[in-house]
Write a protein that binds this ligand. Structure first.
Ligand SMILES: Cc1cc2nc3c(=O)[nH]c(=O)nc-3n(C[C@H](O)[C@H](O)[C@H](O)COP(=O)(O)OP(=O)(O)OC[C@H]3O[C@@H](n4cnc5c(N)ncnc54)[C@H](O)[C@@H]3O)c2cc1C
Length: 368
């Protein structure tokens, strides 16, 4: 039922704008409005804080179905989970009440600010600092590549509170867009997910009350990593959706397109490509759903499964979307058809929330 609901909403209200959102590299406001109107913009927020209380698998299905028509728009539910999960996992009751309510209502979005210009894969090498000043913390630094920056009201920001301790000297904070000293860089000009703004966040003497710290001092990096164990599965979901969108389009196209006097779908060479695409996609889906169940139960092998699902599904999405372009021939290579957008959008799923090399490091360290 959930899939049917989100699929019909996505096809009616999000799909018609997907090409323009990409072409104009603009925020998909129509998608945000439609998702908020149906309470599907941040389904993971627990009911006690005014949310829909969707479990990890239901959240995956929402993201998957939005990504099937517009990958940029799928970052609304995905990044709302990414940004707010540190608060859900480690925040005080007061922080949860203050920040999850507006998120659940659709009054505010939540972003996640870990990466920096010189700290990507090695996120613990961050330089952003937070210095205690009485009942306040004062933050200074630059966060880079922050999804939905400028659009979101709230930001989970990881900052160094004790430079001697490296990852154990990092703490997490909630920063608000309206806090004095917060500003944003120009949107990055990207290969894909062009409708999702990616900007730098500048923190210039941002003075915030001490109770905005998420969890204890020094636990911010652990919270950031724990968050990714859960949210990598949402990137896997995004990858599945993008791949499914490309496969569905290609499947229809090969039945219409005629060469050598018959639909190209009649050629076994084409049928074998489609079979491989569907087989890999289904394998990725099963791994992702299994990882989502582990996320919900917080199983001991979640770290391996979260990394494996993200890595496998994103590699499959890259293969399937590239093959979809191939199946459309020259037409697939143009913006008159959606598969080239899907191929460009798929690429990011191999890079963010840890590159696929980093996922392999994580898997190797956590072999089941
Ligand atoms: C569109 C977009 C949106 C993003 N959104 C967010 C966001 O909302 N919040 C956020 O905090 N971050 C975000 N990121 C940042 C993203 O997570 C990083 O780009 C990513 O983790 C890689 O870091 P890097 O770009 O610095 O690459 P680098 O770390 O410099 O990596 C360069 C290459 O080296 C490889 N490499 C690095 N270390 C190793 C190693 N030990 N072994 C093998 N290979 C290695 C990498 O895999 C990669 O291929 C976003 C990025 C993009 C592009």
């Amino acid at each position: 039922m959930l899939r049917e609901t989100i699929r019909s909403l996505a096809e009616a209200k999000i799909a018609p704008h997907a090409a323009a959102v990409d072409e104009e590299a603009r925020f998909p406001q129509e998608a945000l409005d439609a998702l908020v109107a149906s309470d599907l913009h941040a389904v993971h927020v627990p009911e006690e804080y005014g949310g829909a209380g969707a479990d990890a698998l239901a959240t995956v299905i929402v993201i998957e179905e939005v990504a099937r028509v517009c990958a940029s728009s799928s970052l609304i539910p995905a990044v709302n989970k990414l940004g707010s999960l540190p608060v859900i996992l480690s925040g005080s009751e007061d922080l949860k009440k203050k920040y999850l309510g507006p998120l659940a209502k659709g009054d505010a979005m939540f972003s996640y600010a870990l990466s920096e210009p010189d700290a990507g894969s090695d996120a613990a090498g961050m330089k952003t600092k937070a210095v205690r000043d009485g009942d306040f913390w004062v933050l200074n630094g630059v966060k880079r590549w922050i999804t939905n920056a400028g659009e979101s009201e709230y930001y989970t920001v990881m900052a160094v509170t004790d430079p001697e301790k490296r990852s154990k000297g990092i703490s997490a904070f909630v920063v608000e867009k309206s806090d004095e000293g917060v500003s944003f860089g120009a949107p990055e000009k990207k290969l894909g997910i062009k409708g999702s703004p990616t900007r730098e966040v500048y923190l210039d003497n941002v003075r915030i009350p001490a109770d905005r710290m998420i969890g204890e001092e020094g636990t911010g990096f652990a919270t950031a990593m724990k968050t990714l164990d859960h949210t990598r599965i949402t990137i896997a979901a995004q990858a599945l959706g993008i791949a499914q969108g490309a496969l569905d389009y290609a499947k229809g196209y090969v039945q219409e397109r005629k060469q050598f006097g018959k639909p190209i779908a009649d050629f076994q060479g084409i049928q074998f490509m489609l079979a491989d695409m569907a087989m890999k996609l289904e394998a990725a889906r099963q791994l992702t759903y299994s990882a989502a169940a582990k996320s919900e139960r917080v199983d001991g092998d979640l770290t391996f499964f979260g990394a494996a699902a993200k890595c496998f599904a994103s590699d499959v999405a890259m293969e399937v979307t590239t093959d979809a372009v191939q199946l459309l021939g020259g037409y697939g290579y143009t913006r008159d058809y959606p598969v080239e957008r899907m191929m460009r959008d798929a690429k990011i799923t191999q890079i963010y929330e840890g590159t696929n090399q980093v996922q392999r490091i994580v898997m190797a360290r956590n072999l089941p």
